[in-house]
Design a protein around this ligand. Sequence first.
Ligand SMILES: [Fe+2]
Ligand SMILES: [Fe+2]
Length: 289
Amino acid sequence: MLIAQLTDIHYGVSKKKQRDLGETRRLIACVDHINTFDEKIDLVVVSGDLAEDGWVEEYQALREILDRLKSPYVVIPGNHDRRQNLLAVFDDHDYLPARGENHVLFSIDHYPVRVIGLDTSLFGEPYGRLCEHRLAWLDKTLQEDTAKPTMIFMHHPPVRIGIDWVDSIGLYGSVEFADLLRKYSNIEAVCCGHVHRMVVSNISNIPVVCAPSIHCSISLSLSKNNSYSILYSDEPLSLFFHYIPSDGNLVSHLSLVNVNVIDLIGDSGELSERFKGEYRKLYPSGADR
Ligand SMILES: [Fe+2]
Ligand SMILES: [Fe+2]
């Protein structure tokens, strides 16, 4: 089974933010990359922060692009999403709960690997939470099949990353989550977003992988009290392909999307001009490729 993971699209439609950072072209490039991969992708998982502000218009606009995927895809919310707006726009996705439900929790069982979507978001808050209700649902769902290989997709990682400000918007309930996972031996990985960097860790001896954001990367600083810094241009666009052969263990491949990032940044907006300038300073010969 082959699963592509896209995360942290942060699709925005707000003109006043002037964030013409090429979200549309970034997303199209990723969709094309998945569609033209040399092996059939069974499923695409979009692991949260689909929208920047959670407006219906944002979901409608990004859905137009996601619908170009040749493979089926599923979505889970992140802290930038508004569940009810997301559920309204994707209301024909039959694995999703009905509008009005408090949490987006699902288990897709008809593939060789069971795919669980676990909603960690908490409305209005940047950090995440696994409350008793969600943990109880997960426990009950895992009990239904304790043999089938299972992957859990969730937005907030259940581990500390070591980047202070990211950890300050981390996940509450991760200790209870770790205790719960210890009861099961069929969980291949916990796959997350939110960090805007590729990160590998583990929880209860289960791999945790965070996919890079297709919107932007954050700078890496492991010093205490580090501050917020975003890199729009000097890390390549990339996504994960999770490959689970029928006779082997999960292997997660980082796959670079072969586009020139400068081409993805729009022509208008003050910020775009600044990013272009920064990019040209960093890569003077590459800027005009
Ligand atoms: Fe994000
Ligand atoms: Fe996030």
